[in-house]
Design a protein around this ligand. Structure first.
Ligand SMILES: [Zn+2]
Length: 110
């Protein structure tokens, strides 16, 4: 028998949580130009939802916020993105707190 019901959260709750996370990131993106501080708040809310429902942040969203200070990150505005071809890694520097994050990537994937 499958015994993988961690914390008793059902699939549909996770799906719903994921939808809410995506909406929060959309809003963060939308508000960033006018109210970056609102964007940071949305990221924190999204993270809370992820933890509560035991949801893994989608890859595409993981790179949009700082793992240390949870700021919403926009390349060229408050973060710096560098591609290290030798190591096949993406380096993102958060300009809010100086945290450096590294993400491995495969060829053909940016
Ligand atoms: Zn940061």
């Amino acid at each position: 028998m499958l015994k993988k019901r961690s914390r008793g959260k059902s699939k549909w709750q996770q799906d719903l949580g994921l939808e809410r996370i995506k909406i929060l990131f959309d809003r963060a993106d939308f508000e960033f130009k006018k109210h970056p501080e609102h964007s940071h708040r949305y990221v924190q809310l999204a993270r809370k939802i992820a933890m509560r429902y035991n949801i893994r942040m989608p890859k595409s969203l993981k790179r949009k916020f700082c793992k240390k200070c949870y700021s919403y990150l926009v390349p060229g505005v408050n973060c710096r993105v560098r591609i290290n071809k030798a190591k096949q890694a993406l380096t993102i520097t958060c300009l809010e707190c100086g945290n450096i994050m590294r993400y491995p990537y495969r060829r053909g994937e940016t």
